[in-house]
Design a protein around this ligand. Sequence first.
Ligand code: URA
Length: 433
Amino acid sequence: MRMYDVIKKKRDGGELSMREINFFVENYTNGNIPDYQVASLLMAIYFNKMNKRETLDLTKAMINSGETVDLSNIKGIKVDKHSTGGVGDKTTIALGPMVAACGVPFVKMSGRGLGHTGGTLDKLESIKDFKVELSREEFVKNANDINIAICSQTANITPADKKLYSLRDVTATVENISLIAGSIMSKKLAIGSDAIVLDVKVGSGAFMKDLDHALLLAEEMVDIGTGFGRETVALVTNMDEPLGYAVGNSLEVKEAIDTLQGNGPKDFYELCLAIGSKLLVLAKKCSNEVEAREMLMKVVNSGKAYAKLLELVRYQYGDTNYIENPQLLPKANYVVEVKSDVYGYIKSMNAESIGKCALILGAGRETKESQIDLSAGIVLNKKVDDRVEKGDVLAYVHGNDMKKIEEVEKNIRSIIQIGEKNDENKKLVYGEV
Ligand code: URA
């Protein structure tokens, strides 16, 4: 079989067979097929799509590209969550400890930044010495000892996704239902959790811009999960504005710490409660979501969830001083205020554009080899529907290059739209699949 023929078939709108999918996934993982040919195939898939069968075969091929982790030795019902990607989405860092503090094992393989969206692994690496590369033994031991483990795709788990993910990131081939579903579900299924909650983002900052496509993605992933015998639920949630206020790696870790100390942004905390309560019910820890929310709020208010974050950091070799004193986290040399020169209400702020501002500042990757600036990003001072007076600070730009900061400052002024109050109240959760 030749890669050239596989690319040509998809370019011309054909349906790839299981053999062809296995061929490219296996040989790309082994280094036998170069990036440029796979980039070309990804673009063909982006334009001509894959059907359900192809998506399922892609997911299976990615799972089979590496090892799987058997969690049957871990006591209890193991849960996992995954977001399809958003701006300011630091959910795992707060939600994981909350769920684990309720006594439910939270096991997760996370990703790095993708396109204009941030990745949990990059964020966690703002914590000095935090190790995301766990061996299978470490992963299982941590989950058993402290109910929480978060790892990267090292330990040879779904290595195909690791390579494809970073190639998609820099070739504008992220926004495709099959590629997203295969990427996420291969990671979820390679790790033997029992129940999975998917957070499917929709809106300006999501890969799915409209509800119909978000629902299709949610259904595709839920079908794959349940087909593999896992309890899988998807929530479709709002990504029309960044989640919380902070966008950028260390800035988001700080916001997650604040949240676990009971001082988090309302929308972010609410999302943690919405996803967390589903996880606790699926884990049979609570019989209903009302009870589950109460349990989650209790572990935050009592400091147990925060203590669990400290434990997670300690178990993954990180320096807990960085959690106890967040001012130690990577800090930008400059913080510039963006002030409003008009009054009114925040009508909208395109989350993708804000994510791109964070990229300009260095918070994400331009090429596969780019180094991330962990300190860079944006901290919003207003959310959609907030009242603004002339001279109010709209956002703080954190960066290390004044030229880039000035560019972002200008962009933010046009991204944040101010005017009359919106007629409709914004929604956080649109639905469930
Ligand atoms: N998260 C992933 O892990 N993969 C995607 O393709 C998008 C979001």
